[in-house]
Design a binder for this molecule. Structure first.
Ligand code: UFG
Length: 338
């Protein structure tokens, strides 16, 4: 079975490539390295013993996509490619809409021309907007609070409508919660540009001495310790969810949505304290005002993925903190030449 991973050199894509190769899939990566490093291919090869085929291209480039689809005979696509920074999406919304919608439309048209009918899409819990209650169930109302989120929302709509119109299409929408951690080898991991926006890369950069102190955004939320609660999921568990989703897509048509989370909410201070304990490193922090747009609590009800996909997150917070640090300490500058 040959599978195309768009954005396959990115954080989640690279971990998924490893799991697919280990499961015996033939993996092709299409990436423009806008927010990823070509060294990821070497690392995947070191972990698995197999180098995925690479096409360096922009998924919105229809001619380049057609040439790739002409050469390769894909059985399925996992579509990761996209811009993903919430704050940046508010500053340059048109770039986000242009990129994240163009890539999906071009990909879907290309799949249609080449008779490829199965797609798994990287969506996000961000499409639940400001939830009325938690845990979040797939059927709950969707809405968004920033342009990045709206591009996920719109892409879900585009894919759903395409599957309604074409009875051969199989679409699986995966709503990720908060992926952290890294492959246990320490060879691949999250490599943000500039100062990280997300909690775990910020913590690991404080731990490695690149940043002085963590700012905790608010301790007056209606949560057990007052700090924000999220559903952190090990990126390797998340990657394995894509394997199950591809198997599901091969056996069904139509659209299906799955939350990929653990179902457990941890606070910012839970993460800081667990990271410190597991890795024996102090993380100095200051309480700061709430961050605009943040919500108090967000965690999944993962029952549907458990029951329908037969998938369940298996790695706990200790492993997430251990592996995040293992990646950062082995790669203090991110992906650099060995
Ligand atoms: N936080 C801090 N300090 C930091 C960074 C984050 O206290 O320096 C807190 C936040 O306030 C929040 C929690 O840590 O309570 C998690 O924040 P992240 O930025 O790591 O993650 P978010 O839940 O805000 O965002 C994530 C993804 C988005 C996605 C969103 C909703 O990064 O892509 O979930 O699904 F849109």
């Amino acid at each position: 079975m040959k599978v195309l991973l768009t954005g396959g050199a990115g954080y989640i894509g690279s971990h998924t490539a490893v799991e697919f190769i280990n499961a015996g899939y033939d993996v092709v990566i299409a990436d423009n390295f806008d927010n990823a490093s070509p060294l990821v291919l070497d690392r995947i090869e070191r972990i698995t013993g197999t180098r995925p085929t690479l096409y360096e291209l922009d998924v919105a480039d229809a001619a380049a996509m057609d040439a790739m689809f002409d050469k390769e005979s894909f059985d399925a696509v996992v579509h990761f490619a996209g811009l993903k920074a919430v704050g940046e999406s508010c500053a340059i919304p048109l770039k986000y809409y242009r990129n994240n919608l163009d890539t999906t439309l071009t990909l879907m048209e290309c799949m249609k021309r080449h008779g490829v009918t199965r797609i798994v899409f990287s969506s996000s819990a961000t499409v639940y907007g400001i939830p009325e209650r938690v845990p979040l169930v797939e059927g709950m109302p969707t809405s968004c609070t920033n342009p990045y989120g709206w591009t996920k929302y719109m892409n879900e709509r585009i894919l759903t409508d395409a599957a309604t119109a074409d009875s051969e299409l199989s679409v699986v929408l995966l709503r990720y919660f908060n992926p952290i951690g890294a492959h246990e080898s320490g060879l691949i991991g999250e490599n943000p540009n500039g100062i990280p926006n997300n909690l775990m890369p910020y913590i690991t950069q404080v731990a490695v001495g690149k940043l002085p102190r963590l700012g905790v955004f608010g301790n007056d939320y209606p949560t057990p310790d007052g700090t924000g609660v999220r559903d952190y999921i090990h990126v390797v568990d998340l990657a394995r969810g894509h394997l199950k989703a591809i198997e599901y897509a091969a056996a069904h048509t139509g659209t299906e949505i799955f939350n990929l989370g653990t179902g457990i909410g941890y606070s910012v201070l839970d993460i800081v304290n667990t990271f410190s304990r597991v890795n024996d490193i102090d993380i100095p922090y200051d309480i700061k005002p709430r961050r605009a747009g943040d919500i108090a609590e967000c965690y999944a009800d993962p029952k549907k993925a458990n029951e329908v996909l037969g998938w369940r997150a298996e790695l706990g917070l200790d492993e997430m903190c251990r592996d995040s640090w293992n990646w950062q300490k082995n790669n203090p500058g991110g992906y650099t030449l060995d």
